[in-house]
Write a protein of this length. Structure first.
Length: 438
């Protein structure tokens, strides 16, 4: 059986305005518009040939559109029909009908549409002063037409920003973020995490310093990461504080281009997925909170105190509940998985990842179940297999037992779960995005 990573990435701000409730950089309002027409949107399925893609993969990527993910769709097959991405990366920003990204050439900003099985470039803009690399940046939407891109520079000692007009990608402003100088640390994490909170109209940027560029262990980096509060009009840092506990943000190397690390509840509380590496080697997940009206972390709160491993993604559902994608660092390794080269549950493709419903008040979690049975562990660390749309969460899983990737549909109002479509095993399915129809 092939192993799948089926990824559903969250809607961006325009969809939030239309009642999408996935975690985004804007204001993921959890109350859907009862008048939404689901027929105005479709799913773009990103699949790769021969081997799974994403995270610097150079494998051929194909995008195929489908109108629904319900069970009546049966097994969705791509059959090599669709649009090949070519120089474009799966990891990108989605808003309305369009995708925004920095392509593999790392020389410009691009806005494009996938239409009639082809890439149609809508606008592109060469870099001006600040330069960025494919997949290595974070972003936030200040409003429906203003996009902010941020990343560290080539030597990893400065944070750069570029503000773009999303209509034609005109560069509105660019510069360097004025963060406090480091003390015993010299290099910054690649992208950090950026988000815009609508309730106080501020940008929040999460970052930390390290001893050296590249992947590091806990002892080689600043124990507590920073939160910079930024005025989006001037891009001036108004406040800089540190987290109340040792650890780092999830997704710090690539922003939220693949996985949702930030969410908001109805009150405007901001939640951030984090983890702390223990001496035992377990990456203990944490869920930290900045309360509405505050600009620093609530030191008394950890919404994921009973972690059994790393917390990868968080998405707000409703009624103080969230959908999480997490790892069990003590999950068993089957003989079949070991024979394929998987030796430990922390391996990227290990079947050690699971979905659960998290109670944000108590920290208790309930594994996703179907017909009275817990859904089996999924493979794939770099996955965002879920999206919340019109009072339902569509949750894709990739288990060792199933020949195909399977979609489960969770009803936010009733808590019931039904089985949806499957994705044929002829290709490796990596990602789904929900896009407004033309």
């Amino acid at each position: 059986m092939k192993r799948f990573k089926f990824t559903l990435l969250a809607f961006m701000a325009v969809m939030m305005a239309l009642s999408f409730t996935a975690c985004s950089d804007d204001d993921p309002t959890p109350t859907p518009d009862p008048g939404i027409n689901e027929g105005d949107y479709h799913f773009d399925l990103f699949v790769t040939v021969d081997k799974h893609g994403g995270m610097s993969s150079k494998n051929t990527t194909i995008v195929k559109s489908t109108a629904a993910l319900t069970a009546d769709q049966g097994v969705i097959s791509v059959k090599r029909a669709g649009s090949e991405l070519g120089e474009y990366s799966m990891e990108s920003i989605t808003k309305g009908k369009y995708y925004y990204q920095i392509p593999s050439t790392s020389d410009r900003f691009v806005k494009y549409q996938i239409k009639n099985n082809a890439i149609q470039v809508i606008a592109e803009r060469p870099f001006k002063t600040n330069t960025y690399k494919v997949r290595s940046y974070t972003h936030a939407w200040i409003d429906d037409n203003t996009l902010v891109i941020m990343s560290t520079n080539g030597t990893k000692d400065k944070v750069l920003y570029t503000k773009l007009n999303a209509e034609d990608l005109t560069i509105l402003a660019e510069g360097e973020l004025e963060i406090p100088a480091p003390t015993d640390w010299t290099k910054l994490t690649s992208s950090g995490i950026l988000t815009y909170r609508q309730s106080d109209k501020k940008l929040y940027y999460f970052y930390y310093w390290k001893e050296k560029a590249g992947q590091t262990v806990a002892s080689e980096q600043e124990p507590r990461f920073h939160v910079a509060v930024i005025n989006p009009s001037t891009m001036k840092v108004e406040e800089d504080s540190t987290s109340p506990v040792d650890g780092e943000m999830a997704g710090s190397a690539y922003g939220e281009l693949m996985q949702d690390c930030v969410m908001y509840d109805e009150a405007g509380n901001l939640y951030l997925a984090c983890f702390h590496e223990e001496e035992s080697g377990i990456e203990r997940g944490m869920l930290l909170r900045i309360k509405a009206g505050a600009t620093t972390f609530d030191a008394s709160y950890n919404g994921y105190s009973n972690a059994d491993g790393k917390l990868m993604t968080v998405q707000y559902l409703s009624n103080n509940k969230a959908l999480i994608y997490a790892r069990n660092d003590n999950a068993p390794i089957s003989d079949k998985a070991a024979a394929s080269g998987i030796k430990k549950p922390t391996a990227i493709d290990a079947f050690s990842h699971y979905y659960a419903i998290l109670d944000l008040s108590t920290g208790s979690k309930t594994r996703l179940s179907y017909n009275g049975k817990e859904v089996a562990y999924s493979g794939g660390r770099f996955s965002q297999r879920s999206v919340v749309f019109n009072n339902k969460a569509y949750i894709g899983v990739d288990t060792e037992e199933d020949a195909n990737a399977v979609i489960y549909i969770y009803d936010l109002k009733t808590g019931t779960v039904e089985k949806g479509a499957e994705i044929d095993g002829s290709f490796y399915y990596d990602m789904i995005r929900v896009v407004e129809n033309d």
